[in-house]
Ligand binder design. Structure first.
Ligand SMILES: [Zn+2]
Length: 311
């Protein structure tokens, strides 16, 4: 697999005006309405080069969006990775050491290892833990259709179905299989969790359309929970839902797909999708649909997500 040239419609901006929040946690801003209601968190930059969330978070803060009810938290997560962005190597600033979206367990957060991401997750933990509903805004390395990703809890399914966009849902019956994401931290990973906690993948990292969608989804999400006056919602399209079956984590430097993939390609049952050293990764079902195929081979990172369409 070769690297793809990147075209930048959105670039990083200076986040220093947002560094000092009002929570004692850098880059975390909280606004309480004084009225009863849910605590909703809109989080950006869990991955440092996923700029759409940054645009949405800045939009909320720059426009002084304040909740009518409940509490609103707006946060920028992996700012250190974001600040390492280099246009000559634009995918490297996803993370410094650890994937900030795989370490949200007591073991990682309470352990002895140290990294930029572990320090940041430990700092943000109280803000994540106190939120009822979480929108974690992401984007994809490949230019594919936007989609939701969420654990298969009724509370998530209901919210995703009520929102007008995006139309594709990737449902996780048993987590990611490669670590614990922010949206499954603590109570949010439990069947009796306090509220919806969902990732939205808004399209390609550097596209304006991803930034525009992130802004719209953030407002949709806040409107859904009554924190802001809802704009007249489009009637939701019937979602196209996929169920995550398996996540392949790259085991060897020989990992290779049998043909170039960007996501949403389908494979027949038992068709060969990739090889990884001596391992063959075959489609476990008909219409097996791949999500987020690795752009480059990095041992220990996800190679591909195998899903099946839910009818
Ligand atoms: Zn991401």
């Amino acid at each position: 697999m070769t690297d793809t040239p990147a075209h930048f419609e959105v670039l990083p901006r200076d986040l220093s005006p947002y560094r000092v929040g009002n929570t004692g946690i850098e880059y975390v801003h909280r606004f309480a309405s004084g009225e009863p209601g849910p605590h909703v968190m809109v989080n950006a930059l869990t991955h440092g080069n996923e700029f759409c969330g940054m645009v949405a978070a800045c939009h909320l803060l720059d426009n002084n969006v304040r909740p009518k009810i409940g509490t609103l938290t707006v946060s920028f997560a992996n700012v250190e990775a974001y600040q390492s962005f280099d246009p000559a190597d634009p995918f490297a600033s996803r993370q410094i050491t650890h994937n900030l979206n795989r370490i949200w367990t007591d073991e990682w957060l309470g352990g002895n290892e140290d990294s930029a991401e572990l320090r940041r997750a430990r700092a943000m933990r109280p803000a994540v833990a106190v939120a009822d509903h979480i929108l974690d805004i992401h984007s994809t390395s490949q230019d594919v259709e936007p989609f939701w990703v969420y654990p298969q809890f009724a509370r998530n399914t209901a919210v995703a179905a009520a929102l007008p966009r995006p139309e594709v849902h990737l449902v996780m019956p048993s987590g990611l299989g490669s670590g614990t994401p922010l949206i499954q931290h603590g109570r949010h990973g439990q069947p009796d969790g306090p509220g919806a906690a969902m990732v939205v993948e808004c399209g390609q990292h550097f596209k304006q359309s991803a930034a525009d969608l992130a802004v719209n989804v953030a407002y949709d999400f806040l409107g859904h929970f009554g924190l802001i006056e809802s704009a007249p919602a489009n009637a939701p399209q019937p979602p196209r839902r996929f169920e995550l079956l398996r996540t392949h984590v790259i085991a060897t430097s020989e990992f290779a797909f049998t043909r170039p993939l960007v996501g949403f390609e389908t494979f027949a049952r038992d068709e060969l999708i990739a090889t990884d050293g001596g391992l063959q990764i075959r489609a476990p079902c008909d219409d097996c649909t791949v999500f987020m195929p690795a752009r480059i081979v990095i041992v220990g990172r996800e190679g591909v997500y195998l899903t099946r369409p839910l009818l």
